[in-house]
Design a protein around this ligand. Structure first.
Ligand code: NAD
Length: 495
């Protein structure tokens, strides 16, 4: 799949200016406004997208509502929806490399990861929910025989989806695929710095036969388009992946408008806990490095806090630093690259500020710590490991969303649990141990939506992903995701 010559041809291919996808058509902003799309590979303008207005968001919501109400999608036989979605998944797969390269030029993820995690993962997610959609049944309640209690499951109506820039297709598909499979219409807003592939996948939906108005993508600023979706009286459910600050705003929008249900997938400060009895410490080194440094740390579940049992701390950190130094960081369109570009200048500056604060507090930066490859004009940062971090430091409590690992030693299992649970977040975690009982104890004790054992990351569509505490309140993926997009309705029938 990683055909170098094809990638090189696509690297410089012209990307025409793009509008929103509303009512099945590319549509410019109502006032003609555009936003430059800067490529993180070289800091240059790649193309433009529509700078959406509140009117554009309302236009898309009206289209979605009309499509829902007239039943062109919601009223189709499930088997018919399934057929169209399966065709859509095929089209996404056929265009996978084009989509992956376009996405890399837009957001900087290394191509090896981007291909798998973006179009191929999105195609898999569309297929998963397409196959599941005609296996959803209602219920007959065990009532008194003089009545019949039926529980119907109905699509909620119009779903608003607001997504981030790190994996736009993967995370987007986690939301639009189950929502559409359940018969809803969707209005999706991509992040300002990663819109292009979501616009393309919406065009492919139309090509596959998803009727106009059913899946709309509106680009633009969060505070404009995102707010208009959040405040709409005609959006029934709002699903979001992004930062806690914006998540809070969405809850306010809901309270100030129609009390739409809001499901949030937020950030993390996930603890990766290595006990001295890990079955293979070298494997733990490799997986831990990839668990924080791939996609330049811009992964919601990144293992950004490494908790290491003191007896192996120094040797583990040394091996990890060697591995990190050897990682190939740079041009994300080179298939050998292990970590590509940071998404934006702003994110890079934020990453560097965390490192400077840690240095100023006397923490040791054992490798990395700075911007690299500045001559390219792109935004690259060396994998960075900081030791001697106190659980009270900002670096141990706040999400960096960059390639910066905070290392904290511990002495006992109880101490590891206390440190692991000592932040406001609860998204992911990992435990490395050969002791089966300890592994199970840790899975129970660590407050997180997913606890990996002797591995990190890599879960597929069959299992839910969601956070506890301030990492969120909903789950993407798995059949459980349907619960967000289907309402329960009771029919109570006197016999
Ligand atoms: P962000 O919160 O800044 O933006 C996310 C989306 O919200 C974007 O589309 C943005 O335009 C929109 N937005 C911004 N202001 C808004 C407003 N006032 N009203 C409505 N919408 C608004 O997050 P980001 O920088 O794009 O992504 C990084 C964050 O996402 C990190 O915190 C990361 O952990 C989190 N994330 C979480 C998961 C998960 O599954 N839990 C996955 C990936 C990323």
């Amino acid at each position: 799949m990683l055909d170098r010559s094809r990638i090189e041809a696509l690297r410089t291919a012209d990307v025409p200016p793009m509008g929103h996808v509303i009512d099945g058509r590319m549509t410019p902003a109502s006032d003609g406004g555009t936003m430059d799309v800067l490529s993180p590979l070289d800091g240059r303008v790649l193309t433009t997208v529509a700078a959406g207005t509140a009117q554009d968001a309302e236009h898309a919501i009206r289209s979605a509502r009309a499509a829902f109400d007239d039943g062109r999608w919601s009223g189709l036989a499930p088997a018919a929806r399934k057929k169209i979605m399966l065709k859509w998944a095929d089209l996404v797969e056929e265009n996978a490399l084009e989509l992956a390269v376009l996405g890399v030029r837009d957001n900087g993820t290394e191509i090896g990861m981007a291909l798998k995690a973006e179009p191929l993962s999105a195609a898999g997610t569309i297929r998963y929910y397409a196959e599941a959609l005609d296996k959803i049944y209602g219920e007959i309640a065990p009532t008194d025989p003089s009545v019949l209690g039926l529980v119907h499951r109905e699509p909620v109506g119009v779903v608003g989806a607001i997504v981030p820039w790190n994996f736009p297709l993967m995370i987007g598909a986690w939301k639009f695929a189950p929502a559409l499979a359940a018969g809803n219409s969707v209005v999706l807003k991509p992040a300002e710095t990663a819109s292009l592939t979501l616009l393309r996948i919406a065009e492919l939906a139309v090509e596959a036969g998803v009727p106009p108005g059913v899946f709309n993508v509106v680009t633009g600023a969060g505070a404009v388009v995102g707010e208009a979706i959040g405040m709409s009286m005609d959006v029934d459910v709002l699903v979001f992946t992004g930062s806690g600050g914006v998540g809070r705003r969405l809850l306010e929008y809901s309270a100030r408008s129609n009390l739409k249900r809001v499901y949030l997938e937020l950030g993390g400060k996930s603890p990766n806990i290595v006990f001295a009895d890990a079955p293979d410490l070298m494997e733990a080194v490799k997986v831990s490095a990839n668990g924080i440094f791939r996609n330049s740390g811009q992964v919601c579940v990144a293992g950004s806090r490494l908790l290491v049992e003191r007896s192996v701390h120094d040797a583990f950190v040394e091996a990890l630093a060697n591995y990190a130094r050897d990682m190939k960081v740079g041009d994300p369109l080179d298939p050998a690259t292990q970590a590509g570009a940071v998404n934006s200048q702003r994110q890079l500056e934020q990453n560097l500020t965390f490192v400077e604060e840690a240095r100023a507090a006397g923490r040791e930066v054992v490798t990395g710590g700075g911007r690299i490859l500045e001559e390219t004009g792109g935004y690259y940062m060396a994998p960075t490991i900081v030791t001697g971090v106190s659980p009270e430091d900002r670096l141990a409590r706040d999400e960096v969303f960059g390639p910066v690992l905070a290392v904290i030693p511990f002495d006992t299992e109880d101490e590891a649990v206390a440190i692991a649970n000592g932040t406001d977040y609860g998204l992911a975690a990992a435990v490395w141990t050969a002791d089966l009982s300890r592994a199970h104890r840790m899975v129970r004790a660590v407050k997180a939506g997913v606890v990996h054992v002797n591995t990190y990351g890599g879960a597929d569509a069959t299992v839910p992903l969601g956070g506890v505490k301030q990492s969120g309140n909903g789950h993407d993926k798995s059949l459980h995701a349907f619960d967000k997009y289907l309402d329960l309705k009771t029919a109570w029938i006197k016999l």
